[in-house]
Design a protein around this ligand. Structure first.
Ligand SMILES: Nc1ncnc2c1ncn2[C@@H]1O[C@H](COP(=O)(O)OP(=O)(O)OP(=O)(O)O)[C@@H](O)[C@H]1O
Ligand SMILES: [Mg+2]
Length: 256
């Protein structure tokens, strides 16, 4: 395997009201380049914390994360982030939301707009360039957020439950759209979800985390072609494997 990200003995604590809480407990993990890795685990097990540490929003208490062999110290355009709640700027149009980060990173306005339009096309939002976020549906907002993250051409796309707030039909549609986008734009994706079905639909590799403090419980490699269907036998076999790992941990999460 050719890992793009190497997580080495990552330990992360938070201190609240003088109490120390261990969020991530010595995680060792390689994230394969240009593949789709899904993180799944009980609520509070540290998935967002792990993603935020890869993004550079959070600092490791000890241990480190390497990107192409270099330690991650802060956020940078080589890592794009898609948040569950979209996190669009409400005062900016679709075009404005996508160009904002580009011009902030030194792009000329004209070049930034051209680039933004390219990604607006990619996520099928032509005609909505001048629309404000509050006039868009959830799925459309999430497509703006994906276009905004991709427009920098990051090497790694970090996605924290990006489809968690969508209705079931829109969610399936967005999953298929994401697969299509990734056919055109080869990326390393690290994607957090609570949905085993979504994990098996999207992932090359599923990492199951333990209940807090978060460790790696197990890994399931999904050896299926890119174009997948929810009803294949193989699909069910993978679902069961992941569920088995997960269920034990979810039970534990409710014990304390
Ligand atoms: N900034 C913070 N300050 C204090 N504690 C935090 C902070 N961020 C996260 N935590 C704690 O760290 C643990 C892991 O949180 P995290 O948000 O990473 O979990 P998660 O797996 O993403 O959960 P969920 O599935 O509910 O989104 C939790 O116990 C949480 O309360
Ligand atoms: Mg989370």
């Amino acid at each position: 395997m050719d890992p793009i990200i190497q997580i080495q003995d990552l330990y992360k604590t938070f201190t609240e009201n003088d109490k120390e809480l261990v969020a991530l407990d010595h995680i060792n993990l390689d994230i394969p380049r240009n593949q789709f890795t899904v993180l799944i685990g009980p609520s509070g097990c540290g998935k967002t914390t792990l993603l935020n540490t890869i993004a550079g929003f959070e600092k490791a208490t000890s241990g480190k994360i390497l990107l192409d062999g270099k330690p991650i110290l802060k956020p940078a355009p080589d890592r794009g982030y898609v948040f569950q709640d979209y996190a669009l700027f409400p005062w900016l149009t679709v075009l404005g939301n996508i160009t904002f980060g580009l011009t902030h990173n030194g792009w000329e306005k004209k070049g930034a707009e051209e680039k933004a339009r390219e990604y607006i096309d990619l996520v099928h939002l032509q005609g909505f360039e001048e629309a404000y976020p509050h006039t868009l549906s959830g799925g459309m907002k999430q497509r703006v957020a994906i276009a905004r993250a991709l427009a920098y051409n990051p090497e790694v796309l970090l996605m924290d439950e990006p489809f968690g707030a969508l209705d079931a039909q829109t969610r399936k549609h967005m999953q298929r759209e994401l697969v299509k986008i990734l056919e055109k734009e080869q990326k390393t994706v690290v994607f957090v979800t609570h949905s085993v079905i979504e994990a098996v639909f999207l992932a090359d590799l599923v990492i199951v985390m333990t209940a807090r403090p978060g460790k790696v419980k197990g890994m399931v490699k999904i050896d299926l072609p890119r174009k997948r269907s929810y009803v294949e036998d193989h699909y069910l076999h993978y679902r069961e494997q992941i569920l088995e790992l997960l269920e034990e941990e979810v039970e534990k999460g409710f014990e304390d």
